[in-house]
Design a protein around this ligand. Structure first.
Ligand code: ATP
Length: 357
C-alpha cells in the first residue's frame, strides 16, 4: 500500500520536528528516510504508526486518510531499534502474538510462524525465551513478529543498530531479499548512509525537519540537490571548495588560493562569480603530481584502506581528501598536487548551497 505525507508538520513547542513534509511512498517501495540525529525521521515514522498526531497536514495509506484511525487499526507493523519482545513468552508465542490478537485461526497461525521462522532461520529457537537469545537472534524474532502479521506497511526504525558489524551486513542483505520476496511497502529509518544506499529503492534525506531531496540512491550520489545532501551521501564526504568561477579564453576556470582548475564544458551555463565546487574523493587521478598543480596542498592525513589510500591535504586553508593508489609514497608534511579527473564535479550556489550543475 502506498503511504502519502501531505504537507505534514509536527511541532513540539518551538521545535519543528517535521516541517511541511510532502512525500509519496509508492506501493511496494523500500523507502529509506535518512538524516542526522534529530532531523525528524522517527517523528515522521511515528505519525504513520499513529503514535504521534500531526500538528498540520494529512497522512494517507492506500489513498485514505488515517488521521483519527487507531494505531492497531492501521494494519502496519513497526520494528524499533529496541526490539521489545515479551520476556515471559517463548519465541513461538512472541511470533504468534499479533495474529492471536487478530483472531487468526490456530492452524493458520502455526503455518505462518513456521514459515517466518524458516525464512529467518530461527526454527531451532522457537521454544526459547528472549533472555536465552543473543542480540542478533532477538532482532530476528522482532522482525519475524512483524512479518508474520503480514501488515500492509512495515515501519522500521534503525532495526539493525544493535547488531555487530558482521551481523548487520548479513541482516541488511536478508531484509533486502525479504522485501524483494514480499513486495510490501517499507519505510526504513536510519542515520547510516551506507544502509540507505544499499537498501533503499529511493532515499529521502531530511535535515532539521525539512525534506532535502528524494531520489534513487545513484541519482542522489550523482546529482545531489544541495551541499547538505552532497556531503551526507558518500564516504568520505564530498570536498566542498569555495572559490571563483571565471570564463577565460573559451575555458571555464575555478580559482581559489592554491587551486586552479579547468572545468569540463558541461559547466558553461553556471554564471561566473563565487561558487562552491564539489569534488568527490574518488574524482581524482590515482596519483598526485609534483607541486604546484591543480590543487596544491600540504599533506595532513594519510589513511590506508587496503585497496585505496585516502590522503587529505590543506590547500591554503581548504581541506581536500582524495582517493589515491595505495602504492603512492605520500607522507604527512609533503607538498603535493592533486589532479581532478573531471568526473564527479559539482557546482553549488555559494550562498544557498543549491545545486547549479
Ligand atoms: P535520531 O536519529 O537521533 O533518533 P530523529 O531524526 O529520529 O533522530 P526525532 O526523534 O524525530 O529525530 O526528533 C526530531 C526533533 O523533535 C528533535 O529535535 C527532538 O528533540 C524533538 N522531539 C522528538 N520527540 C519529542 C517530544 N515528544 N517532545 C519534544 N520534542 C521532541
Amino acid at each position: 500500500m502506498g503511504v502519502e505525507f501531505d504537507r505534514v508538520s509536527k511541532h513540539f513547542g518551538a521545535v519543528r520536528a517535521v516541517d511541511n513534509l510532502s512525500l509519496a511512498v509508492e506501493d511496494g517501495e523500500f523507502l529509506v528516510l535518512v538524516g542526522p540525529s534529530g532531523c525528524g525521521k522517527t517523528t515522521a515514522l511515528r505519525m504513520v504508526a499513529g503514535l504521534e498526531t500531526p500538528t498540520a497536514g494529512d497522512i494517507r495509506i492506500d489513498g485514505r486518510s488515517v488521521l483519527g484511525v487507531e494505531p492497531r487499526d492501521r494494519d502496519i507493523a513497526m520494528v524499533f531499534q529496541s526490539y521489545a519482545l515479551y520476556p515471559h513468552m517463548s519465541v513461538y508465542d512472541n511470533l504468534a502474538f499479533g495474529m492471536r490478537q487478530r483472531k487468526v485461526s490456530r492452524a493458520e497461525i502455526d503455518a505462518r510462524v513456521r514459515e517466518v521462522a524458516d525464512m529467518l532461520a530461527i526454527t531451532p529457537l522457537l521454544q526459547r525465551r528472549p533472555r536465552e537469545l543473543s542480540g542478533g537472534q532477538r532482532q530476528r524474532v522482532a522482525l519475524g513478529r512483524a512479518i508474520a502479521r503480514r501488515p500492509r506497511v512495515f515501519l522500521m526504525d534503525e532495526p539493525l543498530s544493535n547488531l555487530d558489524a558482521q551481523l548487520r551486513l548479513h541482516t541488511r542483505a536478508e531484509l533486502s531479499e525479504l522485501h524483494r520476496r514480499l513486495q510490501t511497502t517499507v519505510i526504513y529509518v536510519t542515520h547510516d548512509q551506507v544502509e540507505a544506499m544499499t537498501m533503499g529503492t529511493r532515499i529521502a534525506v531530511m535535515r532539521d525537519g525539512v525534506l532535502q531531496q528524494v531520489a534513487e540512491p545513484q541519482r542522489l550520489y550523482d546529482e545531489p540537490a544541495n551541499t547538505f545532501v552532497a556531503s551526507f551521501i558518500g564516504s568520505p564526504a564530498m570536498n566542498l571548495l569555495r572559490g571563483e568561477l571565471r570564463a577565460e579564453g573559451g575555458q571555464l576556470r575555478f580559482e581559489a588560493p592554491a587551486i586552479a582548475l579547468t572545468l569540463p564544458p558541461a559547466f558553461a551555463p553556471v554564471p561566473a562569480g563565487p561558487i562552491v565546487l564539489g569534488i568527490r574523493p574518488e574524482g581524482f587521478e590515482r596519483r598526485p603530481v609534483p607541486a604546484p598543480g591543480p590543487i596544491t596542498g600540504t599533506v595532513v592525513l594519510v589513511e590506508p584502506h587496503g585497496p585505496d589510500l585516502y590522503v587529505t591535504v590543506d590547500a591554503s586553508g581548504q581541506s581536500v581528501t582524495a582517493r589515491l593508489d595505495p602504492a603512492c609514497a605520500v607522507h604527512p608534511g609533503d607538498t603535493i598536487a592533486l589532479v581532478p579527473d573531471g568526473r564527479g564535479i559539482h557546482c553549488f550556489d555559494h550562498e544557498t548551497g543549491r545545486r547549479l550543475a
